[in-house]
Design a protein around this ligand. Structure first.
Ligand SMILES: Cc1ncc(COP(=O)(O)O)c(C=O)c1O
Length: 426
């Protein structure tokens, strides 16, 4: 008994002598008292699902992005699924999407029975390369078993894809465009908000996003028919919304079900959090922007890391701050220079850097995935790593630095100084 007490005290003293490093998380959602109060209000009201708070959240998002309709769902993945169905995508169709994105983009296509066809990215923007979409479409044999019907570009890490060029190709080849704008809240291309230059835009409110409801998604569209279809599909295919039923006389009237729908509804608890978050959205986005600009300045002293690039007339939302490790050594200017052995070597170096940073309490991640290298897709479609070289490089060499609203200058300096020390082998 006494021995245990002595051991405990020793452990405590040694902890006091060398306190664990204060953690710098990869992100930190910006929640306060207002969100707590909003949740409490919903609990007291008794209307918990797809009620007035969700309706207000939809109005706020539609006004923010400048679209006629916004339809809340329980995630961006479900938003994408419904958008694809509403666009008539199904078995026998191909959907063209970037090979470097979160797996959910491709999964949503798989759910419909269509075939996801990966297109390599432009390493500078991390987004789908329109020139490669065009060359894929041009070389497609007429007897292809499936046929392209849709382009699904992504605003990766908060940077809009080249929608002008993508829409031009879509018009030329008769394809529909649906945007994965999961990371795109606050991102603009030539004055257009992410997700508003196509049939539908689809947003995520997961905690890794600037504005969060825990889980949550939103379909935005200017197409009245698509909006009506998505509204039904998210609610089991019901022809009448909960609102219409509750607010009319004889509210017990049950809806008809013409479509095979899903339960993709958002709760009012999440909607209420979303309303408070949207009222702070400009402030949050501004804070993240300032932190990103501070990183740009600090990173000029680290040539091993290339910071994210923003083309002229774009506004980056910085959902993530993703750098490329030793980009000058990748031979990435053209696919013909692609050297898998060199990328593997650099990948080991990047991983060592990431592990060293984690050890000091600084959370880092690779940007996202080259989806063709993930087991489900690799096995189902027999992909090789080298099939999409730029996506493979981005997968193996990207590194996301911590970024959040109200990240302090001291925290950012610590991140950058620690990277320098790790690279110097200290
Ligand atoms: C590019 C992209 N698409 C889709 C998703 C899926 O979003 P959700 O988690 O809301 O389903 C994410 C989430 O991180 C994402 O980054």
């Amino acid at each position: 008994m006494i021995e245990t007490k002595i051991e405990d005290t020793t452990a405590m003293v040694s902890t006091l002598k060398t306190p664990p490093p204060v953690k710098i998380p990869i992100t930190r959602p910006y929640f306060g008292q207002e969100e707590q109060q909003a949740v409490e209000e919903v609990l007291k009201s008794g209307w918990l699902v797809q009620g007035p708070k969700v309706q207000e959240f939809e109005r706020r998002v539609s006004e923010f992005v400048g679209c006629r309709h916004a339809i809340a769902t329980n995630s961006c993945t479900s938003a994408l699924h419904l958008s694809l169905i509403a666009a008539g995508i199904g078995p026998g169709d191909e959907v063209l999407l970037p090979s470097f994105t979160f797996i959910a983009t491709a999964n949503a296509v798989e759910y419909t029975g269509a075939k996801p066809v990966f297109i390599d990215i432009d390493l500078k923007s991390y987004n789908i390369d329109p020139a490669k979409i065009r060359s894929y479409l041009k070389t497609l044999p007429r007897n292809n078993p499936t046929w392209p019907k849709c382009i699904l570009p992504v605003s990766l890490f908060g940077l809009c894809p080249d929608m002008a060029e993508i829409n031009k190709i879509a018009r030329e080849f008769g394809l529909v465009v649906i945007e994965d704008a999961a990371c795109g809240l606050g991102a603009y291309r030539e004055g257009h908000h992410a997700g508003t230059e196509s049939l539908t835009g689809n947003f995520s409110f997961h905690p890794r996003k600037a504005v969060s409801t825990g889980e949550g998604g939103m379909v935005v569209t200017n197409d009245d028919t698509v909006a009506a279809t998505v509204r039904q599909l998210r609610d089991h295919g019901a022809s009448k919304t909960d609102f219409e039923r509750h607010l009319r006389q004889g509210g017990s009237l049950l809806p008809e079900y013409f479509l095979l729908g899903y339960n993709y509804r958002l709760t009012d608890i999440q909607g209420a959090i979303g309303n408070v978050q949207m009222s702070k959205a400009r402030e949050i986005l501004h804070g993240r922007h300032q932190a990103a600009e501070k990183y740009h300045r600090l990173l000029t002293t680290i040539p091993e890391l290339s910071p994210p690039h923003t083309p002229a007339n774009y506004i980056h939302a910085y959902q993530s701050y993703v750098c490329l490790f030793k980009a000058d050594r990748t031979g990435s200017d053209g696919d013909s220079d692609f050297d898998p052995e060199q990328i593997k070597k650099l990948n080991r170096e990047r991983n060592r850097l990431m592990a060293a940073l984690e050890k000091t309490g600084i959370s880092v991640r690779q940007g996202t995935h080259a989806v063709h290298t993930l087991a489900y897709y690799r096995q189902k479609y027999a992909f090789n790593d080298a099939d999409y070289p730029q996506a493979y490089i981005a997968d193996r060499l990207s590194i996301t630095l911590p970024l959040y609203h109200r990240m302090t200058e001291e925290e950012q300096i610590r991140v950058v100084q620690t990277i320098k020390a790790c690279l110097a082998g200290r």
